[in-house]
Design a protein. Structure first.
Length: 454
């Protein structure tokens, strides 16, 4: 009830929830109370959780914050959310996001932008919460839920977490089932939690993760007790610092924060080593070929026949065209155009195949660092703090907007676990995050190191 009344009060301004499931929340909470009374409490009993609108929730609004999915209520539940409910968590509602998870500012949502609960000390200007999981991050930061589900294809968990002083972890590709999550770029998409602290993230990820026969890319490895990793010493751990992440134009404050993180870990007994990830400079270009290519294929299913919106036309082809013209926003259309272009005969080898090859090289950079004994890699999470809503330079130049993902996309390309931990405030009082990158399926080391940083 406390969370529901807080949502009632604050959501008008923050716009984090696009649907509040109050009746369902009360019903689930009552079932929790009963289990507790019977001494049968489950690990997340009664914990109120918000769900990114990308997760299919049975009989509940699921639109990936797109107009084209108007009115869609899936007849099934995603595996990740089913895992949470099986563990006793309570659903508060569906959270705002960039349309189909395409964006870095949560401004491409059909439901309007999310407002970051944080403000700069010297300005009243509304700031973005980051994206695409902007609703998840803002809801957690404003205490409109205890934790939220999110997804990350190129940074959409880690960047909003960094902009809102929350913790976000994108686990290893294959750790969480993608079944029932609206697909953006299937070889990159992963679910993970956004929470207020590292312990909550450890608890929530444990519940979300599972092998699942319904997702052939989910991996059958035991899910460890991540919470047990907290408080373990980082003494002797080798932390890699990649020189290629010292990008031109990075604000001095971010560079300084990175140095602080290095010092904290060294003081805690970790060994700091310089490493090189030489293909980092191709990561953004490669990502913005691979992700749109997969998106253009995944989004072909929204044709006015199967789901949501239908805008009539004189024949079926015109109906498709009218539906897709009206149903998709500008950024989604841009991605579909880029994707179909790089996959088209004549350009396929030059762009798509080449990007796949570079993707392998990016992954190999990480493999070599880990083979040389590095346990985790420390970088800034983002090249800036949260920026203003409707920033004209970013909106007139999509490539500038894509630069937000410069530190995060490599992790998805290599399928590795990555985490953003709040590490301090800049001189205007805005949160900044540090990113930890780990070996495949070694989220435990990230939790262990993150707990020292937070
Ligand atoms: N900002 C990136 C994009 O727009 C990443 C999005 C994501 O991780 N879902 O593609």
């Amino acid at each position: 009830e406390a969370y529901l009344s807080e949502i009632e009060k604050a959501n008008g301004k923050i716009n984090a929830y696009v649907a509040v499931t109050a009746d369902k929340a009360r019903e689930m909470a009552r079932a929790s109370d009963e289990r507790i009374a019977q001494g049968e409490a489950r690990p997340l009993e009664g914990v109120p959780v918000g769900v990114k609108d990308l997760f299919a929730t049975e009989g509940v609004h699921t639109q990936a914050c797109s107009h084209i999915l108007d009115g869609f209520k899936p007849p099934y539940e995603s595996t990740v959310t089913a895992n949470l409910w099986n563990d006793g968590a309570v659903m508060l509602g569906k959270l705002n996001m960039d349309e189909f998870a395409m964006g870095s500012s949560n401004e491409t949502s059909y439901y309007g932008p999310v407002i970051n609960p944080w403000r700069a000390d010297d300005s009243d200007r509304d700031l973005v919460p980051g994206g695409s999981s902007g609703g998840s991050a803002a809801a957690v930061a404003a205490q409109l839920c205890a934790g939220a589900t999110a997804t990350d294809t190129g940074g959409s968990i880690r960047q909003p977490a960094a902009f809102t002083a929350t913790v976000g972890i994108k686990p290893t590709y294959g750790r969480c089932s993608r079944w029932g999550i609206v697909a953006f770029a299937s070889s990159l998409d992963q679910a993970g939690p956004i929470t207020r602290d590292v312990r909550d993230a450890a608890i929530m990820l444990k519940s979300m993760a599972s092998v699942d026969l319904k997702d052939t890319t989910s991996v059958d490895v035991p899910v460890p007790d991540y919470e047990a990793a907290l408080g373990q010493s980082v003494k002797g751990l080798k932390i890699g610092i990649p020189k290629e992440y010292r990008v031109d134009g990075m604000p001095a404050e971010i560079e300084a924060l990175w140095q602080k993180g290095i010092d904290w870990l060294r003081d805690a007994g970790a060994e700091i080593v310089d490493i090189s990830l030489p293909h980092t400079k191709y990561a953004l270009a490669t990502y913005y070929i691979v992700a749109p290519a997969e998106a253009s294929s995944n989004l072909a299913r929204y044709d006015g026949v199967r789901y949501g919106l239908r805008v009539p036309g004189k024949d079926i082809i015109e109906m498709y065209e009218n539906t897709r013209a009206a149903g998709f926003g500008r950024e989604v259309k841009r991605r579909i155009l880029i994707g179909t272009y790089v996959l088209s005969a004549g350009y396929y080898d030059a762009y798509y195949v080449k990007a796949q090859k570079v993707r392998t090289l990016i992954k190999r950079d990480f493999d070599l660092a880990f083979e040389a004994g590095v346990d985790a890699i420390l970088t800034p999470a983002t090249p800036s703090a949260a920026f203003g809503i409707a920033d004209e330079t970013l909106h007139n130049d999509p490539v500038k907007m894509y630069l937000n993902d410069i530190f995060t996309v490599t992790v998805n390309m290599a399928g590795l676990p990555g985490m953003s931990v709040p590490a301090g405030l800049d001189s205007k009082g805005l949160p900044l995050g540090l990113q930890l990158i780990g070996r495949p399926f070694d989220e435990e080391t990230l939790f262990r190191v993150a707990h020292v940083i937070e």
